[in-house]
Write a protein that binds this ligand. Structure first.
Ligand SMILES: *Cc1c(COP(=O)(O)O)cnc(C)c1O
Length: 339
């Protein structure tokens, strides 16, 4: 069993609380029942409201940035470089969190999709973010540009810190291990335990944190990631989990086969899908909750498909992670769906 190593107590696990961490998010985020969706799918569906993490319009990246920016400050860094697509929620939240901490930030973004001042670009403008576009399809080009800017900054006496796309490095994932601990305490207070957690897999760090979190705090809970970007995430997520376990000085390792994934990206990343848009309309009309077409709408669509396929047992308690995404919602044309 995946969790046996923990039960045996042969792993001296370093406490996550021993890592430097900033308090950027308003925690705990609410966790509540979704009565109409529950009735519709015949399960007990709850939502973890990480769309309410309390920075700008909320979202999952704040939990990762609590660890990443603490690490940057610990290392005496003064400028944070990060990347993403033009409508990156992660980049926008990085700029906002850096502003709060008195850190400079530079967002090196792919000049793809909707890069005019709409959605997250409008928020970046309000935040006074330093946005530099790279006209490329490849993150290799973006990272090369980040390297070039970093060297330039160093020559001027600055100390830059690079956060890769989505903040999906083992250290950032620790934030989502703690989210599982938080959700478990909330569930216990409600007199229930979750059989399943369903979350979005966009760059993998959130899911990796949740897998690690269940291993540490809720070993009976299964985590399933709904994939919104056509990439082979099983090895990526396994590497992130194992990297985080290394940070915790824990010898247990998982393999890609231990990672539960379900593809629901439609035609491609950030291209609204018919299923995703239908799912976000359903959530809005049934529960008054707004999802987004890039991440959470597709994740909810994947969840509904899994329900139809009998992936979950009858009357299970399921936690759906609302990871945010409101910023991008106002940039995208929902009528232009594909797939
Ligand atoms: C980044 C993001 C995700 C995906 O999280 P990863 O850790 O990158 O897999 C999901 N939802 C929203 C709203 C995001 O911005």
């Amino acid at each position: 069993h995946l969790y046996d190593a923990y039960y045996k107590g042969e792993n001296a696990v370093k406490e996550i609380s021993s890592f430097p961490r900033l308090h950027l998010a308003q925690l705990p985020t609410p966790l509540h029942h979704l009565p109409n969706i529950s009735a519709l799918v015949g399960k007990n569906v709850y939502v973890k409201r990480d769309d309410l993490t309390g920075v700008v319009l909320g979202g999952n990246k704040v939990r990762k940035l609590e660890f990443l920016l603490a690490d940057a400050l610990d290392r005496g860094c003064d400028t944070i470089l990060t990347t993403g697509g033009a409508q990156s929620n992660h980049a926008m939240l990085t700029a906002a969190c850096c502003g709060r901490m008195g850190l400079n930030s530079i967002l090196v973004l792919k000049k793809r999709g909707i890069w005019e001042k709409k959605g997250n670009q409008l928020l970046n403008d309000i935040l006074g973010a330093d946005v530099r576009f790279v006209d490329t399809d490849s993150y290799d080009d973006v990272y090369a540009e980040m390297k070039r800017i970093s060297a330039e900054l160093r020559a001027k006496g600055h100390n830059p810190y690079c956060v890769p796309v989505g903040g999906s490095v083992p250290l950032g994932s620790l934030g989502y291990a703690l989210c599982v601990q938080e959700a478990k305490e909330q569930a216990t207070a409600l007199g229930l335990a979750f059989d399943d957690i369903v979350c979005c897999t966009g760059s993998g760090g959130t899911m990796a944190g949740m897998v690690l979190g269940t291993m540490l705090y809720a070993p009976a809970t299964r985590v399933t990631g709904i994939v919104v970007d056509p990439e082979d995430f099983a090895p990526i997520v396994a590497d992130l989990v194992n990297g985080a376990q290394e940070l915790l000085q824990c010898s247990a390792r998982i393999s890609p086969e231990d990672v539960n994934l379900y593809d629901c990206y439609g035609t491609g990343y950030a291209i609204p899908s018919a299923a995703g848009v239908a799912a976000l309309r359903l959530m809005a009309q049934q529960e008054g909750l707004i999802l987004d077409p890039v991440y959470t709408g597709k994740t909810f669509a994947g969840f509904l498909e899994l329900c139809e396929q009998g992936y979950f047992d009858e009357s299970e308690n399921i936690l759906f992670l609302h990871s945010g995404g409101a910023g991008g919602l106002f940039a995208i044309d929902l009528e232009q769906t594909e797939g």
